[in-house]
Design a protein around this ligand. Sequence first.
Ligand code: ADP
Length: 385
Amino acid sequence: MKIHEYQAKELFASYGVATQQGYVAYTKEEAVECAKKLSDKAYVVKAQAHCGGRGKAGGVKLARSLAEVESAADKILGMRIINRQTGAEGKLVRKVLVTGAVNIKKEYYLSLAVDNENASVIIIASGAGGTEIEEIAATKPELIVKQLVSPVTGLRDYEARYVAKKIGIPKENTKEFIAMLKNMYKLFIDKDCSLVEINPLVETEEGKLIAIDGKVNFDDNALFRHPDIVELRDVDEENPKEYEAGKHDLNYVSLDGSIGCMVNGAGLAMATMDIIHAFGGEPANFLDVGGTATTERVTAAFKILSDPSVKAILVNIFGGIVKCDVIAEGIVIAAREVGLNVPLIVRLDGTNVEKGKSILKESGLKIYACDDLRSAAKKAVEMAH
Ligand code: ADP
């Protein structure tokens, strides 16, 4: 799960990670009121959307007066940020963060993430902050410093000191840096994060270290332990179909193609997508209904699948734990409820397959039943074209 910068900064503040005070506004008038609450003489108005690269897209503006705050908020609110991170449709900006402007001397990159390969937390840092880390990694990999942290011992001072030295933190700020990194680490562990990132971490002209941006992602599988974090969820920022699927415990990812897929098991779902590709088609989604699909979940899945970009639906179910007749019933109910108007190709096999097939046959719906995956995928591609 992702949260906004302003929420990340609130978490930083509660963990003693130096950041700036700021307020969130939904209108330009509110933005001016927010600025009035700050003691700063210059302000920064920042788009709040779940993506980076806002600065380059015009979503971060410096304002030297309240009038400039108003015009900056006016320009940013309602804009769509489109970049590598957002996909073609971009991210609509619904709110802005108004904060004080900082006199920047130097920008650094600092983050904590999970290193799966080493079963550790990893510190990734660079003296070349302010740019996307992917870009630094691609153009100047030698500027990136990595330090593994054992989750058994936790972060040690000497590890943090090593990072500080490597990225060029001034000697007089080393203590401050170590404390900051240790607080970030505490946040990372306490809240089951998958990422805690500061980009940029700023060294100010006044000689202080401050996080002027913040990104915190959480492990979805641990959210049940953190009701306070779940409350920070902004549904507007999520793909509505993926959000709906999540509510039904369905594993769903939206894709760009025209063939809607309903499959049980992630492996079979991948194989189904591959075979669609092999026949020259493009899947519209990845959808795993799981091993314990009920009629309700299949119905929900079917509704999520039906959208104007979908020109054919391919159901590929191998009934192991899940029974083919349950799936068939779900398909029939859902197809009637959504008023299905695209070809439906079904390949069922496994437990209760005959019962499932006869439910489909007796439904009176126009369904192309196929006995094997190859012919089903071929048919789906033909029909989608
Ligand atoms: P993004 O990464 O989405 O572009 P950032 O928060 O990194 O957004 O902001 C982009 C740039 O804007 C920063 O690298 C920094 O140079 C400048 N900036 C952001 N916030 C402030 C601030 N409070 N004071 C001064 N400059 C800022």
